[in-house]
Design a protein around this ligand. Structure first.
Ligand code: IMP
Ligand code: MG
Length: 193
């Protein structure tokens, strides 16, 4: 029997890559105090790890959005459920995303934030599913290029499950998972001595 999902990026690879991204961002933003904008809920895990590798004064802020139907149908129009309570004018804004897929959600949000006249606006995405891109958008920083597979773990969900997995898993059998959302057998969260 084949497994429903398999590890795509393990926790150790993620840790190393997030650390590298943090160092790069630290170097690029030296002397500045970036506002890190994360879209709930998927991006929260990445933000929590990333910001601890950014050796600058940073402010984490959160937004929540919901899509109007499938992104393709709605051309990425999203409803803002939770807006920022920080003035972005003149600030260096770095959007922290778990994954950029079609890019429609993010490009819409970037339009909204750009209208608030930040000094700069960039994106750091842990995963870049570049083959699926519809909106003309390339994250300034990307952790891993992601194959055209549905992925879960490290903040990413399937129907609100699996966000707490320390690894990123690719779904190999989406049909089974659709029928049985709990089908992914969760490995122990930490190795036992
Ligand atoms: P986009 O507008 O198509 O780029 O959608 C991006 C959002 O869709 C991400 O922030 C995720 O919430 C969700 N998403 C896209 N691909 C995946 C995936 O493979 N697994 C879990 N969520 C995904
Ligand atoms: Mg998301």
């Amino acid at each position: 029997m084949t497994e429903v999902a398999s590890v795509l990026f393990g926790r150790e690879d993620i840790r190393r890559r997030v650390q590298e991204l943090g160092r790069t961002i630290t170097g690029d933003y030296v002397g500045r105090e970036p506002v890190l904008v994360t879209v709930l809920r998927g991006g929260a895990v990445f933000l929590a790890d990333l910001m601890r590798h950014v050796d600058l004064k940073v402010e984490p802020h959160f937004m929540a959005v919901s899509r109007y139907g499938a992104a393709e149908e709605s051309l990425g129009r999203v409803r803002i459920l939770l807006d920022l309570d920080v003035d972005l004018e003149g600030r260096d804004v770095l959007m922290v995303e778990d994954i950029v897929d079609t890019g429609l959600t993010l490009s819409y949000l970037m339009g909204v934030l750009r209208a608030r006249r930040p000094a700069s606006l960039e994106v750091v995405a842990l995963l870049n599913k570049s083959v699926r891109r519809i909106a003309p958008l390339a994250p300034r920083y990307a952790g891993f290029d992601c194959p055209d597979r549905f992925v879960v773990g490290y903040g990413l969900d399937f129907r609100e499950r699996y966000r707490n997995l320390p690894d990123i898993l690719q779904v190999d059998d989406l049909t089974t998972l659709e029928a049985e959302p709990d089908a992914i057998v969760v490995p122990p969260l930490a190795p036992r001595p």
